[in-house]
Design a binder for this molecule. Structure first.
Ligand SMILES: Nc1ncnc2c1ncn2[C@@H]1O[C@H](COP(=O)(O)OP(=O)(O)OP(=O)(O)O)[C@@H](O)[C@H]1O
Ligand SMILES: [Mg+2]
Length: 529
């Protein structure tokens, strides 16, 4: 049994209404009914009540060109043809009232007529299968072969592979976005992948400030650049990626580097300087190690972000720039706030989006793909193919994924390790010899350097060998004693403070002497502190 064809379409209040010489003009609905290559058994013509006269006239012409078509007029209660909600809800009710039977009938939505809103709603309802059919698009004649009255015509099947291809292209684009952020490394760590998904969403949709935290070498700087690349890919950014490490901004030049200066505003200011904030106009400003930014610069930056304008050094004309701020830090900014070196209002401004990058030791399942990635990077750079011997690879992977391996420098450590092994590998093969040596090197480098702990900082007054001779148990005490000595006017002052409890039980209060003897054990003298 062949199926019948039913078309649903709006009355074209302009194109269908042509009166003069109408049999020599293209009218969408009449054109569709005149086709010999497409037989319509049933046509539902939708219109608003106020166009009833026109609808009757058009329907009569439809019947004339296509006597085999049953033409039915449907008045939809649309009162605002440009209002989405109004049109959609009426069309929705209408579709629901239809008794469709796709086994007997092919349905088609004619989307050439009606307001844009009507066309879009018709498309949406067809695409979502509220009407299980295809779309028909008609147009004026395109070539010599097409008759004037009939015009051109195409059927769009939303289920066709063409649509699948579109869908898979969207999918691919999405994958590409995450690929960009991950540098094409196939990572498995669930937390990291969720983080990347969130970053992708934010990077594409928002230009609010982003704060990237995480340990050194976890990839903060690289991620900032990738966000820019992603936005560029999406044509979401016009300006440049401007990057500065705040730890390098010192002294007078800090202000002018960031905010610019006016020629002659200080000695050495030979010409106007726009400053990095203005260079980032329309783009992204990446302030790495933002925790190191000085107090004045923080205050000025806060104003610049809040007001979008500021005064360059030596100028009384404000300048403007609109950029997205990405800040990076491996410090705990809250700690900096509590010790008074970072402004809490600035933190509140820059952490709309905070992303904490995990260190490599928290992503053990990603070490293997990263080893492959580093190897292929090395191969690309050196032009020589480098591979691990089987046992060598297993040994290195076992060590790398051992919870004892801290990967203190994170990707930087992994990158250097692979570079070193690849460079030393004879004939492009990394053997167990190279791996064993590398494991020793890494283990040595991860030993906690004594001076790292600032509370126990003894390096200012003792040599490393000297410190190593002191029991870890005694180090904090010595560090505390040194700290008190430094802040005291005299040795007896320091002694009074340090022995404040026990001195009360002594007959002779020789605090200074006690302190001198204590310091002498470490070859230290009060005067040197
Ligand atoms: N996701 C990643 N996968 C693999 N390698 C990465 C990744 N992110 C960064 N790297 C590499 O690791 C090294 C350090 O990255 P990056 O400079 O971005 O770290 P960082 O977090 O900014 O460090 P710091 O706090 O010291 O500034 C770079 O060589 C970079 O190419
Ligand atoms: Mg960095």
């Amino acid at each position: 049994m062949t199926k019948t064809n039913t078309v649903i379409g709006f009355l074209g209040t302009k194109l269908d209404s042509i009166r003069r010489d109408r049999w020599n003009k293209w009218r969408p609905t009449i054109g569709l009914c005149s086709r010999e290559d497409f037989v319509i058994d049933h046509y539902e013509l939708l219109y608003e009540e106020k166009f009833s006269d026109l609808a009757e006239r058009v329907m009569s012409d439809m019947r004339q060109v296509s006597p085999e078509t049953k033409v039915v007029g449907r008045v939809l209660g649309i009162s605002k043809p440009w209002d989405f909600e109004d049109v959609f809800s009426h069309l929705y009710d209408y579709f629901k009232s239809l008794k469709v039977d796709p086994s007997k009938t092919n349905y088609y939505s004619h989307i050439t007529t009606g307001t844009h809103v009507a066309q879009i709603c018709l498309f949406l309802l067809t695409e979502s299968q509220h009407l299980p059919g295809k779309l028909i698009q008609t147009g004026p004649p395109r070539g010599r072969n097409e008759e004037t009255v009939t015009g051109s015509f195409s059927i769009i099947d939303l289920d066709l592979s063409r649509y699948d291809q579109l869908a898979s292209r969207f999918h691919e684009e999405k994958a590409t976005a995450q690929d960009i952020l991950k540098s094409g490394i196939d990572t498995l760590n669930e937390n990291f992948n969720t983080l990347i998904e969130q970053i992708e969403t934010v990077a594409v949709r928002s230009d609010a400030p982003i704060l990237i935290t995480g340990p050194t070498g976890a990839g903060k700087s690289q991620l900032a650049e990738k966000i820019f690349q992603l936005r560029q890919n999406r044509c979401n950014v016009e300006g440049n990626f401007v990057e500065i490490n705040c730890a390098t901004l010192r002294g007078d030049m800090a202000m002018s580097t960031l905010f610019g200066h006016k020629k002659g505003s200080f000695t050495g200011a030979a010409s106007d300087r726009p400053g990095l904030l203005r260079e980032a106009n329309g783009g992204i400003l990446f302030l790495d190690e933002i925790g190191e930014l000085g107090g004045d610069e923080q205050a000025m930056l806060l104003r610049a972000i809040e007001e979008g304008r500021w005064l360059p050094v030596g100028s009384d004309t404000p300048v403007k720039s609109k950029f997205q701020l990405i800040a990076g830090t491996n410090k705990d900014l809250r700690e900096r706030i509590s010790d008074g070196t970072f402004r809490d209002d600035l933190l509140a401004r820059i952490n709309t989006w905070t992303f904490k990058l995990p260190g490599l030791a928290e992503r053990l399942e990603d070490i293997a793909p990263n080893i492959d990635y580093e190897l292929s990077k090395h191969t690309e750079a050196s032009g020589q193919s480098i591979r691990f011997n089987k046992e060598a690879y297993e040994e290195f992977l076992k060590f790398s994924t051992d919870p004892q391996s801290t990967w203190a420098g994170n990707f930087r450590d992994l990158n250097s390790a692979i570079t070193r092994m690849a460079t030393l590998a004879p004939r492009g093969r990394i053997r167990t010899e190279e791996v064993t040596a590398e494991i020793e090197r890494l283990t040595e480098s991860w030993k906690r350097p004594i001076e790292k702990d600032s509370a126990l900082d003894l390096t200012e007054h003792l040599t490393e060998q000297g410190i190593e001779k002191i029991d870890p148990f005694d180090r904090p005490q010595l560090a505390y004693v040194i700290q008190i000595c430094k802040s005291s006017k005299s040795m007896s002052d320091a002694g009074r403070n340090l022995f404040s409890v026990s001195r009360e039980q002594r007959k002779s209060k020789n605090d200074g002497d006690r302190l001198r003897k204590y310091l002498a054990k470490f070859d230290l003298q009060f005067e040197d502190l």
